[in-house]
Design a protein around this ligand. Sequence first.
Ligand code: ADP
Length: 600
Amino acid sequence: MKKFRELIRYLMREELQIQHRLINIFLIIGTAALFFCLIYDIFLGTAKSSFWIMGLLILSFILSLLIANKWNKPNAAGIILSVVANYFLMPLLYIVDGGKESGMPLWLTLAALFVWLVVDGWPCLVIYIGDIILFSSLIIYEYYHPEFVNRLSSRHDEYVDYIIGIAAVVLIFGAIFKFESRVYERKRQELEEKEKELTEINLSLEQANEAKSIFLARMSHEIRTPINAVIGMNEIIMRESAERNIIGYASNIETASHTLLSLINDILDFSKIESGLMKIVPDEYDTYDLIRECYTLLDMRARDKGLTLKLEYNEKLPSVLKGDEVRIRQIITNLLSNAVKYTDNGSITFDVDFVKKADDRIDLIIRVTDTGRGISEEGMKTIFDSFSRADERQNRNIEGTGLGLSITKQLIDLMEGSIDVKSEYGRGSEFTAVIPQTAVSPEPMGDFWTKYNAGEGTGENYHESFKAPDARILVVDDVSVNLKIFTLLLKNTEVMIDTADSGARGLELYKENHYDMIFLDHMMPQMDGIETFEEIRKTDRYKSERTPVVVLTANAIEGADKEYLAIGFTDYLTKPVQSDELERVIVKLLPDEMVFVADR
Ligand code: ADP
């Protein structure tokens, strides 16, 4: 008995394919049922002529079990048994053991179904068609020649044979269905568990990713605060110093701190893109301004390296476009600074063109070509990957993180544009970005240089744009050096400035004094800028005076600018505060009679 159980377990082991196990189920139960019928026939002494055929059938079942399991050929076993049993032994048994009045039609049905169960592909169809032709011929033949078929000896035997047939068919197919549904249920449970595991893994990955993004955002904010102080203080030094060498040192500090700031911004942008927080914020912008800002910024850097920056543009470019100007400027400056970085001599061409798409839709085409080091074929494969730098050996003396192009590409993807690069190692590269934009004004931009020479250039020495000796302003920031820079930046404007190093202190001052404007830093411990603003709004003074309140925000929350206006702030300024921006906001928000605009 133990051996028998072991044999069954061996024939039904998990490693076998489902179809193989199905064949085994069929063969085991089939052999058992045939044995039972044989013993029954012997016991009753009926239809002795069928003993031999039954014996052969049992033999072919056992042989098939061997072929399927010893030689591991289940499909061959299925085909052999189907052919031997269905085409020879079963029709013979039909003739000698009862014909259609016995259990034989049920056994024939079982034999035909067996083919579907164990044989694959076209052999299944061929054997099945053969079965049907053969079985129906037998029945038809019996109809015309009933004497040809051996009926069972009594009606009683016919009924018993019939019942055995039903029991065997139901048993075999019942067992197969049960087996299949058990397999299905087990697989379903396994799948459910795997899914659960995957969801848990996903969740912890998401949490880890979120933690990384929050960490990066916090770190960049923390690092940006002192850099802002360096940039601000440095600007005061450059403004106030008359000594050439001091101004020289300060301008070196300026370059270095801006490099540091753009590095931090890259890391922050990267983490924003990774966590899906980067949003494209379309707004109207002036095409000439965009080109001028990018050109002047990079022209200086190119000259410092002894390179020429050539500008080529299409005069018909629409003068006002709609898109995310900040991100487009970032894309252009990334491409231009790379060109300057990776070119040792020669020139860089900055080409701005467009293609009209639909009524107000255009493709803005930015092409940056350089005569620099070029990129090897190997390097080309990875230049758009994060943290990947091409041709490390050749470029080892050049600083970089390998983030610029990856961010550029992802920003362009977010804007549904494309970027393409052609490069010849040692001779130069050409990057072409195509960015869909909306043309707001069809009026062409016109001649760039006429506007540029008409005084819209940069590089002038600082000169305050206004004076407002009667205006009184409150500035709230928890970092004292920021307050100092703010005060120094406005020194020449003669505005009276009160400072507070916390939201609570700011609120106190506001209640005690009249102010014409308030500047509130957003990120402050305890009461932050928004909470302070909420408290200010509750005061009677605010209700009657409606003092303009400007929020000072770090780049980290760029894109949230619109939300500040929705909260109720009058305006916002991004840090590090640029003196021209600061003056522009003050002139805009102070009552006209207080402001004396300076002649330039
Ligand atoms: P990196 O901070 O290293 O400059 P980027 O992502 O901006 O990172 O660029 C990836 C790599 O592509 C660079 O390391 C450089 O090898 C290559 N590369 C980018 N622009 C140029 C160019 N104009 N000329 C030659 N190589 C370039």
